[in-house]
Design a protein around this ligand. Structure first.
Ligand SMILES: [Zn+2]
Length: 287
């Protein structure tokens, strides 16, 4: 049966559905001929190449043509440790069956409207973050520029909201050859929100903050959404403190990553508070 689709609305719906399936599904490896190593989702992370990425490589290119098993030599030369280990842990059944896509957003692998809705929300959040970068969320940006905070904190906040801080996830996404995992806790992907809020170091720092700051929780993985929530709930002075403490956590993270120097959470909080206070006193003195 041929279906003639003419209305833009239907086209948009179909395209959105395709995007949701693309985001929520993963490939299960069989003969590896349908899966592109770098472009399709078949591992828990984007493959990390040791040298230059091979954009057109298929998963079948990583198999021995005769035995139909993984070509261990080739995989060792091409990929970083974590990618290598994950590929080799995928069992191959020496079969000629074709690769298939599975829904990855529910435990039983069954596609449900509820799980698809969650994926749609995730896509929407990412899109919003992109839009905010393009300047569509002007009132929020104005808010950032009006805060009475040191210029380096303002600059940091802008970069965190734009999701351009060089976290490991962002570097990995831009194809820099680093693992995306947080170096401090080694448990999660290092997103901006993880590093500033969910990571044990961040949580320990926020423990010393006022109760209001401590209780900010969101399901969002996007820092910009978190910031919006803070702006809605906090006074100007509280936002300024929140931003400076976040900057201080980022600085402590850098000190740990680049100098292997770990600072005490209470010290991080104390320095942030002192830094802001000193800056604001100086500003007031100049008026
Ligand atoms: Zn962490």
């Amino acid at each position: 049966m041929q279906v003639l689709v003419t209305t833009p609305h239907v086209w948009c719906s179909l395209l959105a559905a395709r995007e949701i399936i693309w985001e929520g599904a993963v490939w299960k490896v069989r003969d590896g001929r349908k899966i592109q190593v770098s472009k399709n989702r078949w591992l828990s992370h984007k493959p990390v190449f040791l040298g230059e990425e091979r954009p057109n490589m298929l998963v079948s290119d990583l198999m021995d043509t005769e035995t139909k098993q993984w070509d261990r030599g080739k995989i060792s030369t091409l990929f970083a440790y974590r990618t290598r280990m994950e590929i080799l842990s995928i069992p191959l059944q020496n079969s000629t069956a074709q690769d298939k896509m599975e829904w990855n957003e529910s435990r039983n692998r069954i596609f449900t409207v509820k799980s698809a809705y969650k994926v749609a929300l995730r896509i929407q959040e990412n899109t919003q973050a992109e839009h905010s970068r393009a300047g569509l969320d002007r009132p929020m940006w104005k808010k950032i520029w009006k805060l009475n905070i040191p210029p380096k904190v303002r600059n940091f906040l802008w970069r965190a909201c734009s999701n351009i801080l060089p976290t490991r996830e962002n570097l990995h996404r831009r194809r820099v050859q680093v693992e995306p995992w947080c170096e401090l806790c080694c448990q999660c992907t290092e997103t901006v929100a993880h590093m500033l809020w969910e990571c044990p170091l961040a949580r320990n720092v926020w423990h010393y903050a006022k109760e209001k700051c401590r209780n900010v929780r969101t399901q969002s993985r996007i820092f910009f959404s978190l910031f919006k929530m803070v702006v809605d709930r906090f006074s100007q002075q509280e936002i300024e403190q929140w931003a400076t403490v976040s900057w201080s956590i980022w600085s402590a993270r850098n000190k740990f990553c680049f100098e292997k120097f770990q600072r005490h959470p209470e010290q991080i909080m104390r320095e942030a508070t002192g830094f802001l206070l000193e800056y604001q006193m100086l500003q007031n003195a100049q008026v």
